[in-house]
Design a protein around this ligand. Structure first.
Ligand SMILES: Nc1nc2c(c(=O)[nH]1)N[C@H]1C(S)=C(S)[C@@H](COP(=O)(O)O)O[C@H]1N2
Ligand SMILES: [Mo]
Length: 316
């Protein structure tokens, strides 16, 4: 097992064999799930986590996956561009080979893991989730990934760890917007409270639609927190840090009155410039009525307990 502590991966290890190994391991782990083109079968059904968690019930009728082409073409990736078409196109420049992610801060076991080693330690499942962007559109995505809590267990958070900070890749040669500090502060950073991070719905995704994750959707490793607005789900994660204090996050820093730290989907709390009461599912046309947005994006049964007694207007 190639688990190494911080800063021990020499740069000369980023070689072609490593590149090859990462891709092969990822494909193998995905193949084991049998959720590829063949679609759903009993193996797949057992490896899936529906919103009602491990009951094995079929998905709700309103939980039909959005066509993959839409999800792959309508993306937000501000390191590359502020519009979705250019973001999708330019994201292909990202180098995702021989990926590793560090986990450190307030933990017993700080380490840097090659992605392939993580895949061997954290079992992949398929997670069919609603996903709601703060801009007012939504989609349903069958992600492939593993519970973030599996990785947290490897790291063993200390009792002083109260928050988790996520840092996205920073590749200035590939990312035109990184050369401008105009809007968001780079690298892209997000954060969760530690109980949110450890919740079984919170995942790190490596694939979608039974394939490896497209670069524009956050390959090779992205966060997915289905009850929060999409901006919390950071793409191309290179570092995870357990912290004592709430981390500064890119969007909250940029406009604290518009993008709260919690960012729980909440139809009753409008964005200062638009309502959040309803959403436009991707793929719907002009005549399709907007879908009413649900508190916690419909995952209230699972996550409302995390916020009992909290004023969700104040902590938006
Ligand atoms: N690193 C990084 N992560 C990011 C973003 C980004 O610009 N950079 N955009 C966020 C926003 S606003 C949304 S809605 C989702 C979009 O994910 P998708 O493009 O895969 O649909 O990614 C989030 N994660
Ligand atoms: Mo978003």
């Amino acid at each position: 097992m190639l688990i190494k502590t911080y800063k021990q991966i020499p740069s000369n290890e980023i070689t072609d064999p490593a590149v090859f190994r990462q891709r092969r391991t990822l494909l193998k782990a995905m193949a084991a799930l049998a959720i590829g083109a063949a679609g759903s079968d009993t193996v797949a059904a057992r490896s899936r986590t529906w919103p009602d968690l491990q009951t094995g019930n079929p998905p709700a009728p309103d939980l039909q996956p959005t066509p993959a082409e839409l999800v792959g073409n309508y993306t937000n990736y501000y390191e590359f561009a502020f519009n979705k078409e250019d973001a999708t196109r330019l994201a292909q420049r990202l180098r995702i080979d021989a990926w590793s992610v560090t986990i450190g801060g307030e933990v017993e076991n700080p380490a840097s893991y090659h992605l392939e080693d993580l895949l061997q330690r954290c079992p992949l499942r398929e997670y069919l989730y609603r996903f709601r962007c703060v801009e007012g559109w939504s989609m349903v995505v069958p992600w492939v990934g593993f519970a973030l809590s599996d990785l947290l267990k490897l790291a063993q958070p200390l009792s002083s760890a109260k928050f988790v900070k996520f840092t996205s890749a920073s590749q200035p040669e590939a990312m035109p917007r990184l050369r401008q500090q105009a809007m968001l502060a780079w690298p892209y950073q997000e954060g969760l409270r530690i109980d949110e991070a450890g919740h079984p719905l919170t995942i790190l995704a490596v694939g979608a639609y039974g394939e490896t994750l497209p670069k524009q959707n956050g390959a090779p490793l992205r966060l997915v927190v289905p009850w929060k607005y999409g901006f919390k789900s950071a793409k191309a994660i290179v570092a995870i840090e357990l912290c004592r204090q709430p981390p500064l996050t890119s969007w909250n820093r940029y406009a604290p009155d518009e993008y709260g730290f919690y960012a729980n989907v909440n139809p009753a709390v409008p964005h200062p410039r638009w309502s959040q009461a309803s959403e436009r599912p991707l793929g719907s046309d002009f005549f399709t009525p907007r879908r009413p947005t649900e508190l916690f994006n419909g995952y209230g049964e699972q996550v409302a307990g995390l916020y009992s007694g909290m004023n969700l207007r104040q902590f938006f």
